[in-house]
Design a protein around this ligand. Sequence first.
Ligand SMILES: [Zn+2]
Length: 114
Amino acid sequence: MSNCCIPGCTYNSKSKNKRSCFAIRRPDFARTDKERRHREVLTRLILSLRDSSKDDNIKWLLHKENAYICESHFNPDDIIVYSNRKALKCGRLPAYNLPHTCPSFAKRARMIQK
Ligand SMILES: [Zn+2]
């Protein structure tokens, strides 16, 4: 079962309204430099939102590539739609439905997208 790892988002694969979820892949498995940078930024963003000192298994989930972000945090334009699945465009970051404790988040996302 996959849960969205954005704090405050209750989406999981058992929810009624299906959303696509994008796994956060490990930077060390990336095939290109651009892909690696994208993965590094995503990993850091998630770690900055989650408190791994408080019994949070997020580091383990990231290590296993079992941490997901659901599509409600992305612009539709950030998502590539294939016939049977969706994928996140390289370099795109979550910018919606994020915790209020992270005001610089959306700003940073816009910067990277330029
Ligand atoms: Zn979510």
